[in-house]
Design a protein around this ligand. Structure first.
Ligand code: ASP
Ligand code: MG
Length: 445
């Protein structure tokens, strides 16, 4: 069995839903669980409707009406305008949305729980449409409610999965998954222990897919792959909007993906890897609109692989803090203070290293650093721009990378197992960054 997840743009129009259906049929020989995001833009619109429910009810209702028309039109197109009875399902969800938004207006305030109680309809609608379409085509798919399976705490709008209780729900309903059929379920949505609807945070459907994979496997169902279907052909070596020759990575390790998402690359929802890694289920990132391409495989095994350089990312607005050890031996105090500060503020630690002479910290800052540097004269503080080169066992390439760094006037900051950090004073222009990308991958691709 496999788990397939389709993002919002894959279910954005009737035409793309037809493509989704093809991808499902081509890939589900041994049964599958198909998770969907909401139709693209729907979650944003539902949030906007909730925001306006108190201050501007008519505008809020207007947004919902437009969403209703949009969803109805998709269904019309998919079913050749023949299926009036199917419309009742979609319209009944919208009736509930109207009713709730009116109630928020009367109450005059909105809670986080209220957001989830509306936002989940996005995924409910997209899965209902796919289910209706499958019936229209005379396929025997099943539709389940993910809220009956994924249990969370009550931190509405960004709830944490309660794996123990979720696993119990999977165990209770295991039969549904053992029939080698195709099961449609919603990404992103869940419920708390009292049964109230919760969601896993924006973009959380990727995470739902790996959570499903883990919980199914835990309950004895063999999941051979988790497929994340999107509108690009896999994970790129660099941001393709900037780097002209960015290429699709064929295989990448889970630790590289973890680094990349930590460093801010838009690869997958940040929590996604962990459940798949725990369950040792590979993830494949694929393109709904070019299903013949093989995409990117994220390898979860810990087996030694051949060293590779896979990607490069530029991280702006960083600072380098060097604390001399020989002036004063309070450098650990300062490190502690800085790391504490990074928890309290929007500083993100990227790298640190300790030598006998100094402690080096590289932090990304999203606003001005309010650390009193003057107070600590033995601190060297420098604003920098970081370049991270990520690959498996990347130190095998250190000589080659240092040589290139010299050509581009980049300083070597340090490395971890799968990442080499370089720096420049100023951000590399797009042309320079393109040149750097091409130079790094000229021998490796
Ligand atoms: N529909 C949700 C969102 O837009 C979840 C997802 O797309 O993954 O955030
Ligand atoms: Mg979405």
């Amino acid at each position: 069995m496999i788990v397939l997840k389709f993002g919002g743009s894959s279910v954005g129009t009737a035409d793309s839903i037809r493509k989704v259906m093809n991808c499902i049929l081509q890939n589900s020989e041994n049964g599958s669980v198909v998770l969907l995001s909401a139709v693209s833009g729907t979650t944003d619109k539902l949030i906007e409707a909730v925001n306006l429910s108190v201050s501007n009810l008519s505008q809020s209702l207007n947004i919902i009406e437009n969403l209703q028309i949009y969803h109805q039109n998709i269904l019309y197109e998919l079913t050749n305008n023949q299926t009036n009875s199917y419309f009742k399902i979609i319209d009944s969800y919208f009736d509930e949305i109207y009713e709730k938004v009116n109630a928020f207006n009367i109450l005059g305030e909105i809670t986080q729980q209220n957001y989830d109680s509306i936002v989940f309809y996005g995924e409910f609608l997209s899965t209902a449409i796919l289910y209706i379409y499958s019936r229209f085509l005379k396929y025997d798919f099943s539709l389940i409610d993910s809220r009956d399976f994924i249990k969370t705490n009550s931190e509405f709008t960004k709830a944490s999965v309660d794996f123990e209780n979720s696993s119990l729900e999977f165990k209770k309903n295991k039969d549904i998954f053992t029939q080698k059929s195709i099961i449609i379920a919603q990404g992103f949505i869940a419920s708390d222990l009292r049964g109230k609807t919760s969601t896993l945070g924006r973009g959380g459907s990727d995470y739902s897919a790996t959570v499903f994979g883990l919980l199914l496997k835990e309950n004895g169902i063999n999941i051979s792959e988790i497929q994340i279907w999107t509108d690009v052909s896999g994970i790129y070596s660099a941001d393709p909007r900037i780097i002209e020759n960015a290429f699709i990575i064929e295989t990448i390790t889970n630790s590289e993906i973890r680094i990349l998402s930590y460093l801010g690359a838009k690869v997958l929802h940040p929590h996604t890897i962990t459940p798949a890694y725990l369950a040792k289920i590979p993830i494949r990132v694929l393109n709904t609109f070019k299903p013949e391409e093989s995409g990117t495989l994220i390898d979860m095994s810990d087996n030694k692989k051949q060293a590779t350089i896979n990607s490069i990312i530029q991280i702006e607005n960083c600072c380098q803090i060097k604390i001399n050890n020989n002036v004063n031996n309070s450098c650990f105090d300062i490190e502690q203070k800085l790391l504490k500060l990074s928890l309290q503020t929007d500083l993100k630690p990227l790298y640190s290293s300790l030598t006998e002479n100094y402690l080096l910290l590289i932090l990304q800052k999203y606003s001005d650093l309010i650390f009193d540097i003057e107070e600590h004269k033995h601190i060297e503080y420098l604003e920098i721009n970081c370049i991270a080169i990520v690959g498996y066992d990347i130190m095998k390439f250190i000589n080659q990378i240092l040589e290139i760094a010299k050509e581009f006037n980049l300083n070597f900051l340090g490395n971890s197992e799968n990442c080499i950090f370089l720096s420049t004073k100023n951000k590399l222009s797009n042309i320079e960054f393109n040149n750097l990308h091409n130079r790094i991958f000229s021998n490796n691709k």
